[in-house]
Design a protein around this ligand. Sequence first.
Ligand SMILES: NC(=O)c1ccc[n+]([C@@H]2O[C@H](COP(=O)([O-])OP(=O)(O)OC[C@H]3O[C@@H](n4cnc5c(N)ncnc54)[C@H](OP(=O)(O)O)[C@@H]3O)[C@@H](O)[C@H]2O)c1
Length: 254
Amino acid sequence: MMTRESRTFLQGRTALVTGGGRRIGRTLVSALARAGATVVVHHHLSRDDAQATVTGVEVLGGRAFLVDGDLADARTAAALCDRARERCGAPLDILVNNAAIFGPGDARTVTAADWDAHQAVNLRAPFLLAQAFAAQLAGEGPADIINLNDGRGLRPGADHFAYTVSKAGLHGLTKSLALALAPRVRVNELALGAVLPPEGGPGGYVRTPREALPLRRFPTPGDVAEAMLYLLAAPAVTGQTICLDAGQHLDPFA
Ligand SMILES: NC(=O)c1ccc[n+]([C@@H]2O[C@H](COP(=O)([O-])OP(=O)(O)OC[C@H]3O[C@@H](n4cnc5c(N)ncnc54)[C@H](OP(=O)(O)O)[C@@H]3O)[C@@H](O)[C@H]2O)c1
């Protein structure tokens, strides 16, 4: 593997980014492609956005492919890595578990359906994807899983209850998988603060004001991409969490 100093240190590697067509996922796809990786962009409902993301990579001279699928469905999640591998004609060696749902509801109002939907997309799918990713690896080169987590997953509170519990599970999954898949696969996570507000209205979402964050700034999608690239170039790091939250996790009142 080339070092991070090389602009194309991911040349020869192949990544799958779930939910990679829009928002943070699109920025991650673009960063991977600019670093030389071939990228399979997964989407569910946002086909046009995902196609635009692929086109954006191709315009810059990179290689990208589309794959679709509803990750709430266990069989679809389990089959996605093999479908992505077929689509691009090479084994995957980077998996970015980015797709997620973020629904409202507190412990008194959350329904069994809300619970199941969050666990399926935010926790079960990353596990099934990781399992299939490990099974399809070829050769002896580096292999990485990056999970997109939330500060709530490390310090669970009462809001967005089903989401928060699913992300707390993802935090545990990251550490368990890091041990279970070592030494072949490194597994790390990025725990985000408020990067992009959710679409479609607040739904109980209240963003911590910038002034309340220790660094007085919000993290950007570009910050998230830089941290992902760091992890992909850090061969001695596994089972780790990088908090991209402008210091919010340090402050019990933020
Ligand atoms: N935005 C933030 O500030 C923030 C904060 C903390 C943590 N995070 C985490 O960072 C990641 C990216 O955040 P984001 O805000 O960019 O995410 P997002 O826009 O809420 O969702 C990303 C993608 O997930 C896909 N997705 C949702 N349900 C799916 C399903 N059933 N099957 C397959 N794909 C599905 C969607 O793909 P389609 O559009 O193609 O349907 C969507 O575009 C997420 O894991 C999120 O939890 C984000």
